[in-house]
Design a protein around this ligand. Structure first.
Ligand code: UDP
Length: 474
């Protein structure tokens, strides 16, 4: 790459400031760095501080030549919670405050920036790139099926399928090409249920998605064999797609043998509780259901209790991540029914945050009760772990439909968490239909590994991405 003495390309990567996107985009940054590129990974101050607090990120990144971790302001006060229901405040603030800072940062960078890779929902980054005159590639860390759904929002409105109120949720949705036979109202993101077209989230996704073709290309953490039909629809709008997923697994396989098993590659914004791995070590093979609703979902106390009763009544062993901020109004403290406490001591384990990739790869895990975040879905799929899906927001509702109906990787129980339903679903996944689900999940894991291997589509597309960035440096 550097045969004529020229410096390698310098890529500035700017992720969406939430756990899921930071996790997968940082892994993409590491992959690019391992291929010889110089990287500046630019976070917001808020995320940067938390990442430094809970990981060994600085010493880990020291091993990458030319890798810099930097931060700029998102414009919100330090004590602002930046939670999922304050999305719009964060976006507005970043447009007003972060945009000029980003421009200034690039213009004064000691090393000229060859190109920007930014999250496609942050459309202002394309304005900055155009004003400075450097190329930009977008990345989206959500599923391609959600991306395509977002592209089709104007079609849904034109067809009169949007808006609707949160009723008759089984009504079919027929104006999303490629999904006509299985999509229902309940599979659309929850912001579609407001009955109001001026809903800020509908406006945001409708507008920002039309911006994607402005970039030189679009990087997606997915695989051709998984989302092929949807990807061909997206290609009509964004011809230059780099489908390079699953990024976490690509990085893991590149690092295999290079790092010791004690070196954590965590990008967590919470402190990982590794004691759960020791607990898993003492559990029988495929006997434990792992429960986690990701980094942003907040459930009510009632929902929490229904899940807890359902899982306990199923008699299955469980490992449950309960983030400190994940139950509205705080956890149930001392009011926990005695039968739940006893059963949890006997066959359960609860942590505040887990090393999830390692958990899903553990031999004791036989299923995943998940909120269907895209990273969690890919991590589960890669390890051949079947899922029970209880989506919370955004892409999760359509992801869970694909998991249940298209990929047959598990059960989609969205919109209900009554204890009897949860009990039945856990029994179905972990006992009654266990072998069928595991067979399909194993097959999916194999296909994913094939797409990452030499000759596979993700391998080819990552190589193409590298070559295209090198050409930008010429
Ligand atoms: N995660 C983790 N430990 C946990 C829960 C989640 O490391 O206890 C990681 C998980 O591996 C995934 C990310 O957090 O990479 C969550 O991203 P996802 O897209 O699944 O959901 P989000 O948090 O964005 O809703």
């Amino acid at each position: 790459m550097d045969d004529q003495g020229a410096l390698p390309p310098h890529v500035l990567i700017f992720p969406l400031p939430f756990q899921g996107p930071v996790n997968s985009t940082l892994k993409l940054a590491e992959l690019l760095s391992l291929s010889g590129l110089h990287i500046t990974f630019l976070l917001t101050d808020f995320i940067h501080t938390r990442l430094l607090r809970h990981t060994n990120i600085n010493s880990r990144l020291e091993t990458y030549p030319g890798f810099r971790l930097e931060s700029i302001s998102d414009g919100l006060p330090e004590d602002h919670p930046r939670s999922s229901d304050q999305f719009m405040e964060l976006f507005d603030s970043m447009k007003a405050v972060t945009k000029p800072l980003l421009k200034e940062y690039i213009l004064t960078s000691r090393r000229p920036v060859t190109c920007i890779i930014a999250d496609g929902i942050l459309g202002f980054t394309c304005d900055v790139a155009n004003e400075i005159g450097i190329p930009i590639l977008y990345c989206r860390t959500l599923s391609a099926c959600f991306l395509w759904l977002s592209f089709c929002l104007p079609k849904l409105i034109e067809a009169g399928e949007l808006p609707f109120r949160g009723d008759d949720l089984d009504t079919p949705i027929t104006s999303v090409p490629g999904m006509e036979s299985f999509l229902r109202r309940r599979d659309l993101p929850t912001f579609c249920r407001s009955g109001d077209l001026s809903d800020p989230s509908i406006q945001l996704f409708k507008t920002e998605i039309q911006e994607l073709p402005r970039a030189h290309g679009l990087i997606l953490n997915t695989m051709e064999h998984l989302e092929g039909p949807v990807l061909s629809h997206i290609r009509a709008h964004c011809p230059n797609l780099y489908t390079i997923g699953p990024v976490h697994a690509q990085l893991k396989s590149k690092l295999a043998g290079k790092t010791s098993s004690s070196t954590s590659s965590s990008n967590s914004l919470w402190k990982e509780d590794r004691s759960c791995i020791t607990w898993l070590d003492s559990q029988p093979s495929k006997s434990v259901i792992y429960i986690s609703f990701g980094s942003l979902a907040v459930i009510t106390k009632d929902q929490h209790m229904e899940f807890w009763h359902g899982v306990v009544n199923s008699g299955t062993r469980f490992l449950w991540v309960i983030r400190p901020d994940s139950i509205a109004g705080g956890d149930s403290g001392s009011n926990i029914p005695v039968e739940l406490s006893l059963a949890t001591k006997e066959r359960g384990y609860i942590v505040g945050w887990a090393p999830q990739e390692e958990v899903l790869a553990h031999a004791a895990i036989g299923g995943f009760l998940t909120h269907s975040g895209w990273n969690s879905t890919l991590e589960s799929l890669m390890e051949g772990v079947p899922m029970i899906c209880w989506p919370y927001f955004l892409d999760q509702h359509v992801n869970s439909r694909f998991v249940g109906e298209v990929w047959k990787l598990g059960l989609d129980v969205k919109d209900t968490c009554e204890r009897d339903v949860v009990e039945k679903m856990v029994k179905d996944l972990m006992q009654v239909r266990k072998d069928d689900f595991i067979r399909v999940a194993d097959e999916m894991g194999k296909l994913a590994r094939k797409s990452m291997g030499e000759g596979g589509s993700s391998y080819y597309n990552f190589d193409r991405l590298l070559k295209d960035i090198e050409l930008m440096n010429a």
